[in-house]
Write a protein that binds this ligand. Sequence first.
Ligand code: 5GP
Length: 205
Amino acid sequence: MIARRGVCLVLAAPSGAGKSSLSRAMLEAEPGLALSVSATTRPPRPGEQEGVHYFFKSPEEFAAMEAAGGFLETAEYLGRRYGTPRAPVEAALAAGRDVLFDIDCQGHALLRAALPGDVVGVFLLPPSMAELERRLRARGQDSESEIARRLAVGRAEIARAGEFDHVVVNAVFEETVATLRAILAAARTATARLTGLPAALAALG
Ligand code: 5GP
């Protein structure tokens, strides 16, 4: 094993493109990968747990954490604040552990700027906008107006797909997981991340 810096694997997608299921599958398949749990001021959806899906904060708590420099990046989405806590990410990367991010396009751009060289960005596309709408309805969590707003935001996100290192159409779930695992495997061996390369070469003799 060559000592290395961790990978920041960012998955971005319009809401409903299958990002949460793909994130779960990646975390199950890849023991060296941990989710960056964001903070948000939006209320929990049914089944969401504190510290697992999000750290749920009041607007005041969120602002205090932001003022203390506690976020790598923050965003606003449909009137709610979201942010990536800084300390766990920096510790993981330095220790060679990989971190998965389920954030939006703006977050991806800000994270790239905050952690130059650490980010591998993947944009997930739905097979079609009709399929995206069908998936949003099928999860049955959001009202009609919420679905309409998520579709509008989704279109704006799709327009930014070109900012990412990789674009993957999520048509067949298992194939998408395999592709994401291949992207991670390649990123783990990138020379720029191999902080232990000189030592490893020296040890080879
Ligand atoms: P949701 O409310 O559906 O969980 O998330 C709404 C949007 O906010 C999604 O696109 C999600 O990826 C994004 N998001 C969640 N956490 C963060 C974060 O920490 N930073 C940024 N920039 N976006 C986030």
